[in-house]
Design a protein around this ligand. Structure first.
Ligand SMILES: Cc1cc2nc3c(=O)[nH]c(=O)nc-3n(C[C@H](O)[C@H](O)[C@H](O)COP(=O)(O)OP(=O)(O)OC[C@H]3O[C@@H](n4cnc5c(N)ncnc54)[C@H](O)[C@@H]3O)c2cc1C
Length: 379
């Protein structure tokens, strides 16, 4: 068993850290306060390979392994959870299904532009009736000659405010449950594909979350990804990888919050001493560091199994669950160590505290991860 990153993985991680420190940190707080999607970062991230991390080189991608991918998302989230999820959704939830299930003409049409940062991806599954129960979609796609006519509403769509290419799951066979769902690639500007203004959220306010209203939206049948009825299979396979992305986002939040708390504890003085000299603070820091490291090991294991072509679904759920709960706990302790200043808007730990909350909800809530894990254990 080896615990060392390869030289290439170390180089990728340090390159992304340098980028995040130089280009993301200076705007990380402002983009949240202004609810501004940082479009200017997309071409810069593309030039570093971040917009097509696991895309084969023949489509212009960086062709990286999953461990490098996880390390990169962690480094982005250590500075900005919004930037991390923008990149993670684009890579894990849109490029991955396109490459795995798309026809060659679909890949050629979208992938090179997406890798170049010219077109951004969004993933649209959630509906009012279909949250944790992904199969309970109410949106409807009716075949009409060479087209489908789509109606329905998609909720909470990350990147939606600026995305150009949308992965959209629609019910095409009523009454067939999870076998009646199909996936479509839909372009921004398609008539009847109506995108709301960005939603105001507890955190992650730079990630352009929208609702999408499909109103007699006509799309060519050839925009379907895979075959009719493949939607659920594609979505579930995609979400396994997505959990590595959100696990890495959680890890980055936890790491960033921990570092901020450690530094602050070495500077702040009370009762004539640095607060880091108090055992109450030391024990919090020790627990934080331990859980961050445990999250990292679970996450890298899931990513490693994926790279080895092994079943990584259980490992990805465990990693996502543990890392997301750790992000919340560590961010909470980081606020505690900062005292009152940690509650003031604009401090990094206050932002980490709010951003961490979503990681226990999206791409499968903590309860759904426990369901996935226990089902696998009991089967
Ligand atoms: C900021 C943000 C960004 C998002 N981005 C996207 C996106 O890009 N694309 C997309 O498609 N969706 C996105 N989502 C949606 C997200 O994935 C869902 O909100 C999430 O899956 C939970 O679904 P729900 O909100 O309907 O909660 P519900 O499913 O209604 O769950 C409510 C509660 O019930 C619990 N529960 C449900 N079923 C069970 C069960 N069987 N056993 C035990 N407990 C259960 C849940 O764990 C939760 O605590 C986003 C959401 C947010 C808030």
């Amino acid at each position: 068993m080896k615990f060392n990153a390869t030289e290439e993985q170390k180089l990728i991680s340090s390159t992304v850290r340098e980028f995040a420190e130089k280009e993301v940190r200076p705007i990380a707080s402002d983009i949240e306060e202004e609810m501004r999607f940082p479009v200017e970062l997309l071409p810069r991230m593309a030039s570093l390979g971040l917009m097509g991390m696991q895309v084969p080189e023949e489509y212009g991608g960086a062709g990286l392994d999953s461990v490098s991918y996880a390390m990169s998302i962690e480094e982005l989230a250590r500075v900005s959870a919004s930037v991390a999820i923008i990149v993670s959704v684009h890579n894990s939830l849109v490029l991955y299904p396109l490459l795995k299930f798309g026809r060659e003409d679909q890949k050629r049409k979208y992938v090179p532009d997406m890798v170049a940062g010219k077109r951004l991806g969004a993933y649209c599954i959630t509906e009012a009736t279909a949250g944790s129960d992904v199969s309970n979609e109410s949106s409807l796609g009716v075949r009409d000659g060479d087209n489908y006519v789509l109606n329905g509403e998609k909720l909470f769509i990350t990147n939606g405010d600026k995305a150009d290419v949308f992965f959209v799951m629609i019910r095409t066979s009523p009454g067939k449950g999870s076998r009646g769902l199909s996936a479509f690639m839909i372009e921004r500007g398609t008539k009847g594909f109506n995108i709301s203004a960005p939603l105001k959220k507890m955190g992650l306010n730079a990630s352009g979350t929208v609702s999408i209203h499909l109103e007699n939206c006509v799309v060519p049948a050839e925009s379907m990804l895979g075959n009719e009825g493949d939607g659920m299979k594609i979505a579930l396979s995609t979400l396994d990888g997505g959990r590595i992305g959100v696990g890495a986002q959680s890890l980055g939040i936890a790491q960033g919050a921990f570092e901020a708390a450690l530094e602050y504890s070495k500077q702040r003085e009370q009762f004539g001493r640095k607060i880091s000299e108090f055992q109450g603070i030391q024990w919090m820091l020790a627990d934080m560091a331990m859980k961050v490291e445990a999250s990292r090991l679970l996450l890298y294991k899931a990513a490693y199994l994926r790279d080895e072509g092994k079943d990584y679904s259980l490992a990805a759920s465990m990693a996502k669950l543990f890392a997301s709960e750790t992000a919340n706990e560590v961010a909470d302790k980081a606020v505690q160590i900062h005292g009152g200043v940690g509650y003031i808007r604009g401090t990094p730990v206050e932002r980490f505290y709010r951003d961490a909350r979503i990681t226990r909800l999206y791409e499968g809530t903590s309860e759904i991860q426990r369901l996935v894990i226990s089902r696998k254990l009991l089967k």
